[in-house]
Design a protein around this ligand. Structure first.
Ligand SMILES: C[S@@+](CC[C@H](N)C(=O)[O-])C[C@H]1O[C@@H](n2cnc3c(N)ncnc32)[C@H](O)[C@@H]1O
Length: 187
């Protein structure tokens, strides 16, 4: 099994997590838009990463490249944020605060989101506060994510040459607590 990410820090976390679970995975740094596996894969699972492609050009490149790295009849699984669900949600509230406790630390995440109806890209501004008996640290992270409808996904997958097996809204990525669209396609 191979694990691929563009970000070294994320690869470090993934290595640590897989070691804890005794999983034998080789992690490599790469870009889903242009990686090339030595041996084509039976299954490719892009968990949470397709939404990081902010332009249609990048999404199309990623889909085409993933298809080229799959064996014939190989399966591609991925998930993206559901545009219609988030549009409704953000109309009600575009701010959210979540608090976690980890050992003797209190972590507070305050999110503010803005969804662009034309590009379907949401900008997520997060302020993180880490409070422990000894210290208080506060920092900001900005992130952007592209959202999709079922119809749009079907069009993109067909254009890339995939057969669609399932496009299922209602999938939840661990800890995120917001339904996404899960897609299963075949080369
Ligand atoms: C929501 S996180 C999911 C991380 C991990 N796959 C998981 O399931 O926990 C999205 C990941 O996509 C990665 N990513 C974004 N653009 C990428 C690209 N062009 N190529 C490879 N990875 C990318 C980010 O670095 C980030 O780690």
């Amino acid at each position: 099994m191979r694990g691929l990410d563009i970000c070294d820090e994320m690869l470090q976390v993934a290595r640590k997590n897989s070691k804890k679970k005794y999983l034998k995975i080789k992690f490599i740094r790469g870009d889903i838009r242009n990686f090339k596996l030595k041996r084509k894969a039976q299954v490719i699972w892009a968990r949470g990463s397709i939404g990081d492609m902010l332009t249609l050009t990048d999404v199309k490149r990623a889909l085409k490249n993933i298809k080229n790295n799959l064996l014939k009849n190989g399966i591609f699984i991925f998930d993206v944020r559901d545009y219609l669900y988030h549009l409704k949600l953000l109309k009600k509230r575009n701010r959210e605060t979540r608090v976690f406790k980890k050992r003797n630390k209190n972590l507070t995440f305050s999110f503010v989101q803005d969804l662009n109806k034309k590009t379907r890209v949401a900008t997520v501004k997060t302020e993180v506060t880490v409070k422990s008996p000894q210290s208080l640290v506060r920092f900001k992270i900005n992130h952007a994510l592209k959202h999709y409808t079922k119809k749009e996904l079907a069009k993109l997958l067909h254009a890339a040459g995939f057969d669609i097996l399932e496009i299922m809204p209602g999938y939840e990525l661990a800890k995120e607590n917001k339904p996404r669209i899960l897609v299963i396609a075949k080369r």
